[in-house]
Write a new protein. Structure first.
Length: 243
C-alpha cells in the first residue's frame, strides 16, 4: 500500500446537497439521488451520510437495497423499520440499528408519530463480502454513551457494546459529550467526523458546529473539545477506501 497524503477537509452544513419536499428535509454529505458530483461520491468506505428530518406520520415507503451495510442513528423522535425478512423495530435515540442488504432486501422507514418529527442520520458503508444473506441487528447503547467518551456503536472489528457490520475495516463511534469534555478522535487512513448537535473544537480543524463535518485522511490522532453546550459527534474510522 502506498503512502497517503495527510489531509483535513472541513465541510460546512450549508455546503452540502439538500433535498426539501413536503415530508422530508435532508442534507447529503455525498452525491445522493439526483444530486451528483463526481468529486464527492464517498470518503473511505462511507458512501452515504444523510441527515434527515421526516415529518410526523410520513416516511420512506417500501424500497429495495442490495450489498450495502446501512446504519441508522436517531437523534430525536422515533423511526419504525419493517423489512421483507420479517424484521420490525422502532428506533429511538441511543438504539443503534444495522441492516445488511446483502443479496437484496425491501424495507420501509416511517415516522410512527402523528405529532412529532423524527431526526436521524442514515449512513451506508460498503460490505467486505457481497451477496450474503440479508441481516438486521439493533442494540441500545445509552448506558455506554452516558459514561462519556467516544463509544463504538457499529463495528466490523468485534468491539463490545456495538452492533456488528460486515466490514472489517470500519468502525462507527458516537459521543454525547459534556461541555468542555475532551476526546481523542482515533487515527486511521480515512476518518469522517460529523457534528450532530452542539459545537466542538477539533485540533487542526477549528470550530465545528451542528451539521458540520470534517474528512480526515491519515491526519493522526486529533483532540476534540466540546463547546459550552456540549455536543453529539458521530465518527467513522476506516482503514481503507472504496475500491
Amino acid at each position: 500500500m502506498g503512502m497517503t497524503t495527510p489531509m483535513i477537509d472541513v465541510r460546512r452544513r450549508d455546503e452540502r446537497f439538500s433535498t426539501s419536499i413536503s415530508w422530508l428535509d435532508s442534507r447529503h454529505s455525498f452525491s445522493f439521488g439526483s444530486h451528483y458530483d463526481p468529486d464527492n461520491t464517498h470518503h473511505g468506505l462511507l458512501l452515504v451520510s444523510n441527515d434527515d428530518w421526516v415529518r410526523a406520520g410520513s416516511g420512506f415507503q417500501t424500497h429495495p437495497h442490495r450489498d450495502m451495510e446501512i446504519v441508522t442513528w436517531v437523534l430525536s423522535g422515533e423511526l419504525e423499520h419493517k423489512d421483507s425478512e420479517g424484521n420490525h423495530g422502532v428506533i429511538y435515540p441511543g438504539l443503534a440499528q444495522r441492516m445488511s442488504a446483502g443479496t437484496g432486501i425491501f424495507h420501509s422507514e416511517m415516522n410512527p408519530s402523528g405529532q412529532t418529527d423524527v431526526h436521524f442520520l442514515q449512513m451506508w458503508v460498503l460490505p467486505d463480502t457481497t451477496s450474503v444473506k440479508p441481516g438486521y441487528e439493533q442494540l441500545d447503547v445509552n448506558d455506554q454513551l452516558a459514561k462519556g467518551g467516544l463509544v463504538p456503536v457499529a463495528s466490523g472489528q468485534g468491539h463490545d457494546a456495538a452492533i456488528r457490520i460486515r466490514q472489517r475495516d470500519a468502525v462507527l463511534r458516537v459521543g454525547r459529550l459534556q461541555p468542555g469534555e475532551v476526546v481523542h478522535v482515533p487515527d486511521d487512513q480515512f476518518v469522517h467526523v460529523y457534528v450532530a448537535s452542539g459545537t466542538i473544537e477539533l485540533e487542526a480543524s477549528g470550530t465545528l458546529s451542528t451539521g458540520d463535518a470534517v474528512r480526515l485522511t491519515s491526519a493522526g490522532d486529533l483532540r476534540a473539545t466540546a463547546g459550552a453546550d456540549g455536543a453529539e459527534v458521530v465518527v467513522w474510522t476506516m482503514a481503507r477506501g472504496a475500491q
